[in-house]
Design a protein around this ligand. Sequence first.
Ligand code: DCP
Ligand code: CA
Ligand code: CA
Length: 366
Amino acid sequence: MTRVIGHIDLDYFYAQVEEVEDPSLKGRPVVVCVFSGRTEESGVVSTANYEARGFGVHSGMPIAQAKKRLEGHDPAVIRMDHEKYEVVSGRIMEELERLVDSLEPTGIDEAFFDLTGSTGGDYGKARKSAESIKEAVMKSERLTCSVGIGRSKVVAKLASDMSKPAGLMVIPPETAESFLYPLDASKLYGVGPKTMSALEELGVRTVGDLAKADPSELEGRFGRKFGGYLLAAATGTDSDPVVAGLEPTQFSRIVTLRRDTRDAHEVAEQLSEGMRYVQGKLASTGKSFKTITAVGILTDLSTKTKTKTFETGVSDLVTIRDAVPALFDELSRAVGKDFRRAGVRVSGLEDTEDQTSLSEFLHPAR
Ligand code: DCP
Ligand code: CA
Ligand code: CA
C-alpha cells in the first residue's frame, strides 16, 4: 500500500507560545532571546515572530543587531524560557500521539507521523486527518502549525516547510514527482551546502536533475548509502519508516557562566536551575539515572568532563546537588583552567520502579 506520511512543525514556536501567554504582544514584533549574561545586550535571537522577521530579524542574530532593526517599531524582547516551551511541546506531542497511527518527535516543535493504516492510503482521508490535527492544536493550545502529507518523509517535510506559516499541503503520490522535480536540490533533507556544490559539479541543480542522474556516478561520488538515499529522496521514494516515541537516553543542561571561573561552588550555584531542570525531566518521564557528568567548556571551547556512576538508579535532587559541586571540584583541579560554560548531564537512564504512582502524583488529573 502507498504510505501516508505526515510532518508537523509549529509556527515561530517559542515566540508564538509567548504571544499566547500574553495576547497584548500580538501584532508587535516579538523576539525571543538567549541572553548570555555577559553584558546586558549580549546573546542571540532564538526565534522571532513574523512581524519581526519582516524587519530582517532571524534565529541566531545577535540581540543588539535585532534591536537596531526593530528600533521605533515597539518590539517585545523576551528572555527564552526553555522549560515553558518543553511543557507545551510535551502536551502537544501527547495529544498528537492519540490522533495518528504512530508519532516520531524529531525536535521540540516537530514530528513525523504515519497515517497509512487509519486512512487505508486514501489521500482525501489524509487531508481530513491533517485538518483535525491542526484544529486540535489550535483548540487546546491556541497555536498554529504547518503540516505536510506525502508518500515519504522527504515529501512530507518539504510540504510542511513550503506551507509555513499555518498551512497544509497534501501531495498525493501520483503528483510527488511533479511537486519535487522543479525544486532546488538543496531543499532536500540532508543536502547541505557541501553536498549541493558537489552535485553542481555533476550538473545537478534541481531535484529533477538529481532524479535523472547516473546512479553509479552518484554512488561513486557520495558512497552507496548516501548516493542511494539521494536518488530515492529525489523521487519521493525514500523508505525510512516513522519510528514511534524514541526513548530518551540522557538529559542535560549547559549554561554560559556569568564570568570565567574554576570555582566549583560558583559553577554549581549557576547550574542549580539546570539541575532542577534535569531532575524535572527524570520525574516527568519516570526515569532514574546511574551516571552523572559534570561538563566544563574552557575558553578555547574544548570540553572536559568528570563522571560519577551509582550502583542503583538515582532520581532525587539532593543527590544531584551533592554530586555536581564535588565533580566540578575534581574537574577544575584536574584541568587547572577557568570554565566559560558548564553543564550537568545524567545518563544510563532506567525506568523508576514506582513510575505509576510518580506520574499519578505529577499529573493527578489523568
Ligand atoms: N531555535 C533556536 N535557535 C535556532 C533555531 C531554532 O533556539 N537557531 C528554537 C526556537 C524556535 C524552535 O527552536 O521557535 C523551533 O525552530 P524552527 O526552526 O522550527 O523555527 P520556528 O518554529 O521559530 O519558526 P518557523 O515558523 O519557521 O518554523
Ligand atoms: Ca517551527
Ligand atoms: Ca522545527
